[in-house]
Design a protein around this ligand. Structure first.
Ligand SMILES: *Cc1c(COP(=O)(O)O)cnc(C)c1O
Length: 365
């Protein structure tokens, strides 16, 4: 079976995690945490990094640090992974969904302004599958209405917009280091920001908001969202290869697109004036295809090729039922019905990609 994703772990990760274990620094104290935070923040082109136990926690923590809570509204894409909207839900604020763009699959920035009202506090763009959102438009709106911008960059390590890396494009950037992300710590996440106040607050709230003068006197509701030194040790190892990983993703995507560009029944991913990190290589099945997305996935699976559906729209999630109006989200609905991603792991090579593409094309012969 060719899997959709595989992490790439090597000698460095083993060396550093062994060091963490041998020196007994296995909790969230220990040198690898700060080292990982520094290296990753620097990579993103920002001053501060705060490592967390998951990407979902990073998003939640970022929202709390910005003071978002009950009664507030946060604009999120309707087409995204559940964590973006869930993080808003955790704070007690209400996620407000916006449909997707047909080509980039990102939040359609031209539809945001209509949804802004006096309760709106923030916009959370998500760089879907590694393609940065239309940040100029989003930041202009944020400036006009005094909103925060929280990037969910969990799928976009190393992606660039106007030559700036994802994570540095808003007030706060959030990343995930889950095993299928560009670099991994097994489970893990990080907030990155240039704002010292957000940094200080995030550091405190990540660690149960222990008191400054009296340690066990807590003035705020904190969380235990700490990353362990063992995870950070893996992260430091991964950082030595992040450029290489990004290069592999981009080269593989280019090769997929080269091989599939003549197939008239599918749409390929785009790269519109940005650097797409091509975290996952997604395609959508056109209406003229005699095979449905589900049929294609099944047939590829039978040939030993694993794929994944695109996300289900947020407005169709059962626990967001109470938010549902009669509003339509035609683009995200269509994406969820026609989209899939092909194997995109770091261990792919040209021969395997050629084989996958030949099998996909073969389904139409
Ligand atoms: C992976 C991911 C997250 C969060 O991931 P965790 O599994 O919590 O680390 C958040 N948003 C998006 C868009 C993601 O793809």
């Amino acid at each position: 079976m060719i899997p959709v994703s595989t992490p790439s772990l090597g000698k460095k990760e083993l060396e550093y995690i062994t060091d963490a274990v041998e020196t007994n620094w296995i909790s969230s104290k220990g040198g690898y945490i700060e080292s990982f935070e520094k290296k990753f923040a620097e990579y993103c082109g920002v001053k501060y990094g705060i490592a967390t136990n998951t990407g979902t926690a990073a998003l939640h923590l970022a929202l709390v640090c910005l003071g978002i809570g009950k009664g507030d509204e946060v604009i999120v894409p309707n087409f995204t992974m559940i964590s973006s909207a869930l993080a808003v839900q955790y704070t007690g604020a209400t996620p407000v969904f916006i449909d997707a763009e047909e080509d980039t699959w990102n939040i359609d920035a031209s539809k945001i302004e209509d949804k802004i009202n006096k309760n709106t506090k923030a916009i959370m763009p998500v760089h879907i599958y590694g393609h940065p959102c239309d940040m100029d438009k989003i930041n202009k709106l944020a400036e006009k209405y005094k909103l925060f911008v929280i990037e969910d960059a969990a799928e976009a390590h190393g992606a660039e917009y106007n030559n700036k890396r994802a994570g540095s494009l808003g007030d706060v950037g959030c990343f995930s280091f889950y095993a299928n992300k560009l670099i991994t710590t097994g489970e893990g996440g990080m907030i990155v920001t240039n704002d010292k106040k957000i940094y200080d607050r995030a550091k405190s709230l990540r660690d149960l908001a222990f008191g400054d003068e009296q340690r066990f006197l807590h003035k705020e509701v904190g969380f235990n969202y700490r990353m362990t030194n063992m995870q950070a040790a893996i992260g430091v190892g991964q950082m030595t290869k992040i450029d290489k990983f990004l290069d592999i993703k981009r080269k593989n995507a280019k090769y997929y697109s080269h091989l599939l560009k003549r197939l008239k029944t599918i749409n390929l991913p785009v790269e519109k004036k940005v650097k797409n990190s091509y975290w996952m290589y997604g395609i959508t099945i056109k209406e003229n295809s005699k095979l449905s997305r589900d049929e294609i996935r099944k047939k590829l699976y039978d040939e030993g090729i694993d794929t994944r559906d695109f996300f289900m729209p947020m407005n169709e999630q059962p626990f967001f039922k109470h938010l549902q109006s009669d509003e339509d989200f035609p683009v995200s609905k269509k994406l969820s019905q026609t989209g899939l991603y092909l194997p995109s792991g770091l261990s792919l090579n040209k021969k395997v990609i050629l084989d996958i593409c030949n099998k996909l094309k073969g389904l139409y012969e």
